[in-house]
Design a protein around this ligand. Structure first.
Ligand code: ATP
Length: 673
């Protein structure tokens, strides 16, 4: 058996600020509206949806490093850890057996002290009582989550959306900016007070109220963030569940500050479990760290070796060539995190001197050899990934930058827009989720479908100047939250694996002259009709989802007949039957072939539309696309040409099978009753 986590954190851009202590006050409205305040209106966006639901924060990214701001949290903000993680990865749980929790009961897995940094604590046996609990968290989420093991595991929400508000920073205070975000932690709600102008230029305040799974104000420490987000996930990873956590928000909103400590905290808990609860059971912890830069993957722990992303037969994402390091102590993990971070792609933009230009994905993978020994290759039990998103930026923020920087920004925005499209599609219950819109969404796919857990940490800035970005972030978070309502996600998962009936696309079966279609001939002679080699020609290359042509071959007619998406199960023919003509089965197979073709055809169109939509959104949202327009048009044309070729090929195939179907009916007619 193995343990595993999949954990992801997404962060977008960052800026360096210094904070004057705590800042916000619980449930107090710090915003002072201007004189004309009578037209206040409340918009509960979480209910009504609001407008511009998918606008991403487009503020230029700030600095990713230099996180020493200290500030109100009082948590372990000083770590040199990765900013964030998001778990999205494939992981094979086939051989994983249930983990016995017996030995865990009563064990003190983790007791953190508010305001105490991780490094201060005994890495494995910290026994300090967790203080505070502003958020009303249990004293020890990890151990409590383990107690009734599976029951607890099933109680962990599939998608959890947490909002964290940071305090006003020095710059904002110096400019006398107002805090326009009030929070109510016990109600898990917050309100954004937006100042607007009427046509007569008088001011009024519009309130936007949101409710999330948790709302963390500026006084909440990083320890508490961990308890609220990742800690509850740790136990269920041992129960063969994937989990993802990602941070989202505008530049400088605190994503890195929030995400940085999480991987190490999670590592500590994982190792504690392995060293205590599961000691001697053959579990191994592996560490990997890679980035997506310019749409390509690079190993941050292996000289930036280029990696390939592939999907296996179960549509699980595999990173081919990714170097994994076996680790057994927190210090080693910290070193690897530092090493990976130092290798990340950073650059200077007009808005950020040290801006992250990539999405970084850090993974903690738990494996175990099948027999519990280390003699055999270990199998993956679970994985925890943390994804730190690069900062988004507007075209207007990049005018001073060179072409490479602009293209980097465009690529980053493209992937974030693709992510937005996926969330929109999931939210709209669309049958088709455009995960292939970008490498990022391909990687993130598993965090939204299947048996996974996702935690999104939405970071917001409280100052009036960030109002638009804050609303965008909250609306985005609200969309993600809606995915977890009721059984919606289950429905999505079901839909993902359900094929849409295409009966209308299948040509009708031609009736006999007398109008009947059900009186098939008995069995034509084999010489008259070869059910294998002749009737079923080798299939021409078909366009696969990954954009490549792939040839499928079938060894015999029986296999061909089985190729029915697992839906139709032709009867196993007897020896004599296999030598005989089975018109029902053959026709079914033919129709299935046609249906598959039509599906593939439609998929091509959908893929093309995904790409076009993302590209067009990018152009629309870019304030000053400049040379990017030409680049994208060229790129788009190339893609369209490829798609056109693929579709042509599919059409040819379709025509081929239609002809076969006609021949088939002619044959049936000629050998009629
Ligand atoms: N809750 C908080 N309490 C105190 N300081 C904070 C808090 N959140 C953020 N900060 C400080 O604000 C500054 C910006 O935060 P951070 O770098 O994490 O933002 P970011 O969202 O990651 O930005 P970017 O998108 O540019 O990477 C840092 O100096 C950080 O220390």
């Amino acid at each position: 058996m193995c343990f595993g986590f999949d954990f992801v954190v997404i962060s977008i851009g960052q800026m360096e600020f210094g904070y004057y202590g705590g800042g916000g006050v619980h449930d107090s409205r710090m915003y002072s509206s201007s004189s004309n305040n009578r037209n206040n209106s409340t918009h509960n966006t979480s209910l009504s949806g609001g407008t511009n639901l998918f606008s991403l924060p487009l503020t230029p990214p700030g600095r990713r490093k230099n996180l020493g701001g200290g500030g109100g949290g009082g948590g372990d903000d000083s770590g040199d850890f990765s900013p964030g993680l998001l778990d999205l990865h494939s992981f094979d749980t086939e051989l994983i057996s249930e983990v016995s929790m017996d030995s865990f009961h009563g064990a003190s897995l983790y007791n953190s002290a508010r305001g105490r940094s991780f490094d201060d604590a005994d890495p494995y046996y910290a026994n300090t009582k967790q203080s505070n609990r502003i958020r009303g968290l249990p004293e020890n989420n990890l151990s409590k989550s383990f107690a009734p093991d599976k029951e607890k595991a099933s109680s962990v929400a599939k998608i959890k959306v947490v909002v964290r508000k940071r305090p006003l920073n020095k710059r904002e205070l110096a400019k006398n900016e107002e805090d326009i975000v009030t929070t109510s932690s016990h109600c898990n709600s917050l309100t954004v007070h937006e100042t607007k102008l009427k046509v007569d230029l008088t001011e009024y305040v519009e309130k936007h109220e949101f409710v999330f799974d948790a709302v963390l104000n500026e006084e909440v420490s990083n320890d508490e963030v961990y308890h609220e987000t990742v800690e509850p996930i740790v136990p269920i990873i041992f129960q063969r569940t994937k989990a993802t956590c990602f941070a989202y928000g505008q530049t400088g909103s605190g994503k890195t500050f929030t995400m940085k400590p999480l991987p190490l905290k999670a590592s500590r808990d994982i190792l504690r479990l392995m060293h205590q609860t599961y000691r001697g059971q053959g579990f191994q912890l592996f560490f990997s760290f890679f980035e997506i830069y310019g749409g390509k993957l690079y190993d941050l722990l292996n000289d930036r070796k280029k990696l390939l992303m592939r999907e296996d037969g179960k549509q699980q994402v595999c990173i081919v060539g990714l170097q994994e390091y076996r680790v057994s102590d927190v210090e080693t993990i910290k070193e690897l995190i530092d090493r990976g971070n130092s290798t990340r792609s950073t650059g200077t933009t007009g808005a950020n001197e040290e801006s992250s230009r990539s999405h970084a994905i850090l993974q903690l993978c738990i494996k175990r050899s099948v027999d519990g020994s280390e003699s055999k290759p270990a199998r993956v039990v679970g994985k925890l990934s943390f994804i730190d998103l690069a900062g988004s930026e507007r075209g207007a923020d990049t005018t001073d930058n060179d072409k490479q920087t602009r293209m980097e920004g465009a690529e980053i925005n493209k992937s974030l827009l693709a992510l937005k499209e996926c969330i929109r599609a999931l939210d709209n219950d669309q049958g088709h989720i455009p995960f292939r819109g970008s490498k990022l969404t391909e990687v993130l796919r598993d965090s939204f479908v299947g048996n996974s857990r996702t935690v999104m940490v939405s970071c917001i800035s409280p100052n009036a100047g960030s109002c638009e970005h804050t609303l965008n972030t909250l609306r985005y978070a609200d969309r993600v939250k809606s995915l977890s309502k009721g059984n919606k996600k289950d429905a999505i998962n079901l839909r993902e694996s359900t094929t849409v009936p295409l009966s209308s696309a299948i040509p009708p079966v031609l009736p006999y002259e007398d109008g009947t279609i059900d009186s098939w001939p008995n069995q034509p002679d084999e010489d008259d009709y070869d059910t294998t080699e002749e009737f079923f020609e080798p299939e021409p290359p078909s366009w696969k989802n990954n954009g490549r042509f792939e040839t499928q071959s079938f060894s015999n007619g029986q296999d061909k007949m089985r190729r029915t998406n697992g839906q139709t199960k032709p009867k196993e023919p007897s020896k004599s039957a296999s030598r005989s003509y089975n018109p029902d089965g053959d026709l079914n197979a033919l129709l299935q072939e046609e249906e598959d073709l039509v599906k593939a055809h439609r998929k091509q169109v959908e893929d093309t539309m995904d790409i076009v939509r993302v590209e067009m959104n990018l152009l629309v949202e870019a304030d000053e696309p400049g040379n990017l327009v030409d680049d994208y048009v060229t790129k788009l044309n190339t893609i369209l040409a490829q798609k056109a070729a693929a579709i042509l090929q599919l059409q040819n195939r379709l025509a081929h099978f239609q002809k076969r179907l006609r021949d088939h009916n002619v044959l049936i007619s000629s050998s009629g009753p």
